[in-house]
Design a protein around this ligand. Structure first.
Ligand SMILES: Cc1cc2nc3c(=O)[nH]c(=O)nc-3n(C[C@H](O)[C@H](O)[C@H](O)COP(=O)(O)O)c2cc1C
Length: 194
C-alpha cells in the first residue's frame, strides 16, 4: 500500500509540507508506504489543450520538458493521493493547478487512471480563502472517480510564516485524523479488491 503526496507550495518545507508530513506520519505508523514530492522550484507548464493524450492514449502528456509524465505514473501506482497547496489569492498555486490539469487530462484520456483511489486535499492558509482551495482540489478527486475520506474538520492548517501551522493545534489534529481515516479506507478498499 502506498500514498504519494504532492506539495504545490512555491516554498519548500513550509506550512503545507508540515501539514502533509503529519498525515504521512500517521499513514506510516499504519504500515502504509509514503512519498512526498515538493513542486517548489519546478517549472510545470499548464495544459496546452492539444488533446494529443486523447489520440495517443499512451498515458503520456506531449509536454516532456518537466516531470509530469513521471507523476502520472506515480499517481497511477499509488493507492492514495494527497494534493497539498497553500492558499494564493483564495486558490491553489499555479504549480498545483498545472499538475492537476495535466495529470487529470491524461488520466481521463486513458480511462480514468485514478478511479477508486483515495484522495485527500491539504491546505495551508494565513487567514481566508482556504475553503475554495480545498473545494477545488476535491472537485478534481470527484471528477476522477476517486474516494474522499473525511476528518474531524476540513483539512486546513492556519499559518503565515514557515512553521506557524505547528501552533494550529486543531489543524494538526485534523491532519492526524485524516491520516487515520485515509489508512482505514485504503485498507478496506485493498481487501475488497482481492
Ligand atoms: C502569492 C501569495 C498569495 C497568498 N494569498 C493568500 C490568501 O488569499 N489568503 C490567505 O489567507 N493567505 C494567503 N497567502 C499566505 C499563505 O497561504 C500562507 O502563508 C501559507 O501558510 C503558505 O504556505 P507554505 O508555507 O506551504 O507556502 C498568500 C501567500 C502568497 C505568497
Amino acid at each position: 500500500m502506498k500514498v504519494v503526496a504532492f506539495n504545490g507550495s512555491a516554498r519548500k518545507d513550509g506550512n503545507t509540507a508540515i501539514l502533509i508530513r503529519r498525515v504521512l506520519s500517521v499513514l506510516e505508523k499504519e504500515g502504509i508506504e509514503t512519498e512526498l514530492i515538493q513542486l517548489a522550484c519546478e517549472q510545470i507548464r499548464g495544459c496546452n489543450a492539444c488533446r494529443t493524450c486523447y489520440k495517443t492514449k499512451d498515458e503520456r502528456c506531449i509536454i516532456v520538458d518537466d516531470r509530469v509524465n513521471e507523476y502520472v505514473q506515480k499517481m497511477k501506482e499509488a493507492d492514495g493521493i494527497i494534493l497539498g497547496s497553500p492558499t494564493y489569492f483564495s486558490m491553489m498555486t499555479p504549480e498545483m493547478k498545472a499538475l492537476i490539469d495535466r495529470t487529470g487530462y491524461v488520466a481521463r484520456a486513458n480511462g480514468d487512471l485514478f478511479k477508486r483511489k483515495v484522495g485527500a486535499a491539504v491546505v495551508a492558509v494565513r487567514r481566508a480563502g482556504g475553503i475554495p482551495t480545498f473545494d477545488a482540489i476535491n472537485h478534481f478527486f470527484l471528477i476522477s472517480q476517486m474516494i474522499i475520506p473525511g476528518s474531524s474538520y476540513w483539512n486546513i492548517g492556519i499559518g503565515k510564516k514557515k512553521g506557524d501551522v505547528e501552533g494550529d493545534k486543531e489543524g494538526m489534529k485534523t491532519m492526524e485524523d485524516l491520516g487515520r481515516n485515509m489508512a482505514w479506507l485504503i485498507k478496506k478498499l485493498k481487501r475488497s479488491k482481492r
